[in-house]
Design a protein around this ligand. Structure first.
Ligand code: 3EB
Length: 328
């Protein structure tokens, strides 16, 4: 291609990042470059819009919008909505009808992985999982532990072949169903460990018969843009929960974990943090938001959502998206 034949913007930096906007604004804006969007609230019918009914603490319908590079190709298959742009694929699925979270999780991951591979994006970098009654009992086991069994069964053959576990979040929602959405890419990401925590896949059996299959963070070079996806991070040291009855203590521990995993990913300062999502199991105390605001760099976004953390004794969990080129 000669320079004059290049599409305008073809050499601009790959734009992937989450934007958080109100639903009305999202619906009013152009959407050609939208890979996927998630409404934390009631979703209207719109292509590629997945509803995750966690209450936004801001009290409005909040949309998390992932933009890639136009033209984006969209489709639906096997009840999965997807869109891709040659670099990243966003896919989402609602598995609301299937009884039993173990089977629902296995079926969801089986279908999602089949699709990502068929479309040429076999490397899942980041997955979000939301389902109801996360601490309920299902055949004698906590539903989160059942979810881990189903997820593990769907991933097992890929894991044996060296597939990298994605960064992930698992947060309980308060209406029935399972919602999974993910970002996958044409190139593999690199798994980052947190030196303060053991790898989730090495959790001892006290946390369930199958460990959770996720990486603490994934670092990826997406068309020249360095991205770090930090998994839902809570007050866990080694494998043990810390500061059980103390939300502010849990927050301090969580921020230490975020610092540590970012450092391990080569992000030497919190300044490049682009977006933070904070999940709390009840309305966050104002002091918690104040502490986070003081920790976050100027220009980064922080959204608060109410949902259940997958260990009942934990009340706060934080995930992050970092692209060092964004703020510095
Ligand atoms: C933890 O560190 C807290 O099962 O995919 C955080 C993020 C947690 C993802 C998952 C679980 C998961 O174990 C819980």
């Amino acid at each position: 291609m000669t320079p004059t034949q290049r599409r305008p913007g073809a050499h601009a930096i790959y734009p992937l990042r989450p934007d958080y906007v109100g639903l009305a604004r999202f619906l009013a804006e152009p959407r050609e470059d939208v890979l996927g969007a998630v409404v934390f609230g009631r979703a209207p019918e719109a292509p590629g819009l997945v509803a995750v009914p966690l209450a936004p603490a801001q009290g409005m319908d909040l949309v998390e919008c992932w933009r890639g590079r136009s033209p984006v190709q969209r489709g639906t298959q096997d009840d999965i909505s997807y869109a891709h742009d040659g670099v990243v694929l966003f896919a989402s699925l609602m598995n609301d009808g299937m009884p039993g979270i173990e089977r629902a999780a296995e079926d969801a991951y089986h279908r999602l992985l089949t699709l990502t591979e068929r479309l040429g994006y076999p490397h899942v970098l980041r997955a979000w999982n939301h389902f109801s009654d996360i601490h309920g009992d299902e055949n004698g086991l906590d539903r989160y532990r059942r979810f881990n069994i189903g997820r593990h069964r769907a991933l097992a053959s890929r894991l044996r072949a060296g597939w990298v576990r994605p960064a992930a979040s698992v947060i309980g929602m308060r209406i029935p169903g399972l919602r999974v959405y993910l970002l996958a890419s044409v190139v593999p990401g690199q798994a980052i460990d947190n030196p303060r925590q053991i790898r989730p896949c090495r959790y001892p059996p006290q946390y369930g018969p199958r460990p959770p299959d996720f990486s603490r963070a994934i670092k990826a070079d997406l068309a020249g843009r360095q991205c770090v996806f930090v998994s839902g991070t809570a007050a866990i040291q080694g494998h043990a929960s810390q500061s059980r009855e103390d939300p502010m203590g849990q927050l301090d521990e969580t921020l230490r974990n975020l610092d540590a995993v970012l450092r391990a990913a080569g992000v030497l300062d919190v300044a490049p943090i682009t977006a933070l999502k904070i999940y709390t199991s009840a309305a966050a105390p104002p002091r918690l938001a104040e502490r986070i605001a003081a920790w976050l760099p100027h220009g980064a976004s922080a959204v608060y959502l109410i949902g259940d953390i997958c260990r009942a004794e934990l009340t706060v969990e934080i995930e992050a998206f970092v692209s060092p080129g964004d703020n510095i």
